[in-house]
Design a protein around this ligand. Structure first.
Ligand code: PEP
Length: 255
């Protein structure tokens, strides 16, 4: 299916950066330069304490605010954790799940799966991350690794909910390193992910945006976004400056 039938998205991941005051400042700058007409979807996933300031500032704009993690349980004795219904009540629309930095802290595919299901149940859009390490790429097991992450991460997702999921392909070797996957490397894996999604979910999978993440910036976004199966980007470093973040969104081919 042609990309024009699915959403194009730029999603920012601030990681552990910016205070609530800095969030307010950033949002003021972002609002001033937001394009007015038809544009891609814009999501900004921010540290939990910045969510209220971000939601307040972006009310009545096209920008949806998201969290960088959630807990799969509805409530209870999970000190320091945040449930999906809390995120919804705080005004979130998105939640990043299974970022490689969280997987490095011990998050498993089973955890990712439970979080994806909880996010969907709560009405959030999960941005589920997958991606291989440099060692995995060099030993030729990238597709096997990605297949496992996608299949386990999306286990039990009903067919009619797959449209509500966003997948982010983030090769670990490209995150925060300045080494971007080439547009061809990204397209190869994105097309592969689309095939796995089709096998599992049928035609509905053609509507699932697959974002590229890993040192994406205004200068390389146009080449990446020109590829058929690259539906946008999950942006780390370049999402910390309002102008750079939006400049990445200008990288989509004109429809
Ligand atoms: C990320 O952390 O999701 C990411 C893609 O980071 P960066 O853009 O800085 O590589």
């Amino acid at each position: 299916m042609n990309r024009k039938y699915r959403k194009t998205v730029i999603a920012g991941n601030w990681k552990m950066n910016k205070t609530p005051s800095e969030t307010k400042e950033f949002m003021t700058q972002l609002k001033a330069i937001l394009p007015k007409g038809r544009w891609c979807d814009v999501a900004l996933c921010v540290p939990a304490v910045c969510i209220p300031a971000a939601v307040r500032a972006m009310r009545e704009t096209r920008v949806g605010i998201g969290a960088e993690n959630c807990n799969a349980n509805a409530s209870g004795a999970y000190t320091g954790e945040i449930a999906t219904n809390m995120l919804v009540d705080a005004g979130c629309k998105y939640v990043i799940i299974g970022h490689s930095e969280r997987r490095a802290m011990g998050e498993t595919d089973a955890d990712v799966n439970a979080k994806v299901l909880a996010a969907l149940n709560a009405g959030l859009t999960p941005i589920m991350c997958c991606g291989e390490s440099l060692e995995q790429r060099q030993s030729g097991i990238t597709t096997e690794w990605i297949t496992m992450q996608i299949k386990l991460g999306l286990a039990g997702v009903p067919e009619d909910k797959i449209r509500k999921v966003i997948i982010a392909y983030e090769p670990i070797w490209a995150i925060g390193t300045g080494k971007t996957a080439t547009a061809e490397q990204a397209q190869e894996i994105h097309a592969y992910i689309r095939t796995i999604l089709r096998e599992k979910f049928g035609a509905a999978a053609d509507e699932t945006p697959i974002l590229y993440g890993g040192s994406c910036k205004p200068s390389n976004a146009p080449e990446l976004f020109a590829k058929e199966d690259v539906d946008g980007g999950l942006i780390g470093g370049a999402a910390l400056k309002a102008a750079d973040f939006l400049a990445i969104g200008k990288g989509f081919p004109q429809k």
